[in-house]
Ligand binder design. Structure first.
Ligand SMILES: [Zn+2]
Length: 105
């Protein structure tokens, strides 16, 4: 049965479907989290020869304080593995920082 285990081992380790982005607005410093769905939100990207080179996501993110839109752009390879992320109008922060900045209920 080890061959079966190997096959399932491979099949059970795809990248997580949802990517959570934590961002902080440059203007009002408030924080927002948004989800990117690796299967629904990605748009195929082609090179100049119309060959599929990967995926891209352009995600507008709005905070709830100053309502300015920040624009996040993520790129992925053909296996939907993240290659880069950039954002204008804000900055990416890590999950721990995001959690630490949330008001306590
Ligand atoms: Zn803001």
């Amino acid at each position: 049965m080890s061959w079966l285990k190997r096959i399932f081992g491979i099949q059970l380790t795809p990248p997580e479907r949802a990517i959570v982005l934590y961002v902080r607005c440059d203007r009002c410093q408030s924080t927002v989290s948004v989800r990117v769905d690796r299967y629904n939100d990605l748009a195929i990207e082609y090179n100049e020869r119309e060959v599929e080179v990967g995926f891209v996501v352009n995600k507008p993110i709005m905070d709830t304080k100053c309502f300015r839109v920040m624009q996040a752009t993520l790129t992925f390879d053909t296996h939907r593995i993240e290659q880069s992320r950039t954002i204008s109008g804000g900055a990416f922060i890590d999950e721990a920082t995001y959690r630490a900045l949330q008001p306590t209920p």
